[in-house]
Design a protein around this ligand. Structure first.
Ligand SMILES: *Cc1c(COP(=O)(O)O)cnc(C)c1O
Length: 352
């Protein structure tokens, strides 16, 4: 039987989720707010604790089965524990180890896939989260242009990174803290904030500060503040031309949109070319991942090639994340997964 709980029916929620309540009490003693990422505490009256996931369902520690509309906030485009992904991971770990501090074939295979899907990307650096990818992309843009400032958009979220925690979306917005304590004014003042879908606001800022702006960074579709698509001409023509005019790079943060809008992400969908692309979420198939991609001239500034822009990571290109991402992308390439996802989300959005 499928039960629907009304959003504010706290009494029913509590009756069904009593084991979660007990665990949440325990969690709050040892984890800040009982969670490890703030949005998870946004569930009222308290977060349910998950035991496992299968396909479209979550099973809570209370024995409840829930339809999962969140899917890990984006990475799980195939749902929980899809068989082709499970099989590849199990095969891999049953043969040997999972961390070598040396390169593996699987990193090359996933990078080749990304390069084949994104016309603006010739080389890739894998990191461990979308936020890390954004931090690396910004450092790269500053290293390339030798400029200090970046321009972002109010409500766009780019990870828990100092430079972009200014008027950010996601949990940063939900909790009414548009920026964060601990980000020095000296850092925050290098971040300029324009309004999404408002090219005049961008042009105004660029006219006065443009010659010190290293990059314009944007979520091509705003996905952390509700879902707000770009107006016609905002990306292609708009931001692309303004960035070129002032010699700034255009960073498309495709951590959500990459492989969600289709193979090739928002840049293929909207016909706009990025200077630097950040990816994450789906490309790790549910395991921690991030990636920065661009043309060779930009990427080769990263250590160890040209070297002046540093990036490194113990877990960069982690074999399990790479395998899970590769297996996920192969399913997306060879099935009608996007048609299903698009028609299902349209139905949901239209309340049909
Ligand atoms: C989720 C997200 C990030 C941050 O990725 P993490 O893996 O959570 O660090 C960055 N940018 C966008 C657009 C995102 O949706």
């Amino acid at each position: 039987m499928i039960m629907k709980i009304k959003l504010n029916d706290i009494a029913t929620f509590k009756a069904l989720m009593s084991e979660s309540s007990r665990l949440y009490e325990e969690a709050q003693m040892v984890l800040v707010g009982g969670v490890n990422s703030p949005v998870r505490a946004a569930i009222r009256p308290y977060p349910f604790f998950v035991r496992e996931g299968k396909g479209p369902y979550l099973f809570t520690v209370d024995g409840q089965r829930l339809i999962d509309y969140v899917l890990g906030y984006g990475p799980l485009i195939l749902g929980h524990a899809p068989e082709p992904v499970v099989k590849r991971i199990v095969d891999y770990v049953s043969r040997g180890g999972w961390l070598y501090g040396a390169p593996t074939e699987i990193e090359v295979a996933l990078a080749k896939k990304i390069v084949s899907h994104f016309a603006s990307i010739r080389k890739v650096r894998f990191v461990n989260s979308g936020g890390e990818a954004v931090a690396t992309a910004i450092r790269l843009a500053r290293g390339y242009t030798k400029r200090r400032k970046i321009l972002k958009f109010e409500g766009c979220y780019h990870g828990a990174v100092d430079y972009v925690l200014v008027k950010a979306g996601s949990a940063a917005a939900h909790f009414g803290a548009p920026s964060s304590a601990g980000v020095p004014d000296d850092v925050a003042k290098l971040t300029l904030v324009a309004r999404y879908n408002d090219l005049d606001s961008v042009e105004r800022i660029m006219r006065s500060e443009g010659n010190d702006v290293a990059a314009i960074i944007v979520e091509p579709v705003m996905a952390n503040y509700g879902v707000i698509p770009p107006r016609d001409g905002f990306l292609k023509g708009g931001l692309r031309e303004i960035a070129d005019k002032y010699g700034a790079l255009l960073i498309l943060d495709e951590v959500v949109t990459g492989y969600r809008l289709g193979l090739g992400g928002a840049q293929r969908y909207y016909g706009v070319s990025a200077d630097i692309t950040t990816l994450g979420k789906i490309i790790g198939g549910g395991f921690p991942v991030g990636a920065v991609g661009a043309r060779g001239e930009i990427m080769d500034l990263l250590s160890p090639r040209g070297g002046p822009v540093f990036n490194a990571g113990t877990f960069n290109g982690h074999p399990i994340s790479m395998i899970a991402g590769l297996a996920t992308i192969e399913v997306l390439e060879t099935t009608n997964a996007y048609d299903i996802a698009i028609s299902a989300s349209r139905k949901l959005a239209e309340g049909a």
